[in-house]
Design a protein around this ligand. Sequence first.
Ligand code: ATP
Length: 135
Amino acid sequence: TERTLVLVKPDGVERKLVGEVLARIERKGLHLVALELRTVDRETASQHYAEHDGKPFFESLLEFITSGPVLSAVVEGPRAIAAWRQLAGGTDPVEKATPGTIRGDFGLETQFNLVHGSDSPESAAREIKLWWPNL
Ligand code: ATP
């Protein structure tokens, strides 16, 4: 079994998609291990997105992710990292995510792509420690 960090970003919370996302996680058979709505500070946000520091969209990404509450969740199950990424769909909601995925069904723009998921066991460990240090 494996754990991954899932976020519903401020656009997803604002658009009332939290229930939709949680329902898809549960129907897939994944388990919710931790769940909390919180507004993240700039410091945590830049640590979370450290790999994108220096990229042209980094500043607006930080602004966006700190703009309102996000749902932070730890999700567990067999191949949870890949399973969640399958549910989420590709980064670009139009060019990459296919219909039937969260981003494919509800997203239009790459920055405002509604959800996040860890992309490897290493990032999952790092992100879960950052968001849930006491887990
Ligand atoms: P991963 O790359 O780990 O598979 P991801 O789908 O979250 O996952 P990243 O490439 O890590 O995508 O980018 C992180 C976030 O930054 C994206 O989810 C999106 O919100 C934003 N982003 C990525 N590329 C762009 C871009 N070209 N323009 C604006 N925002 C972007």
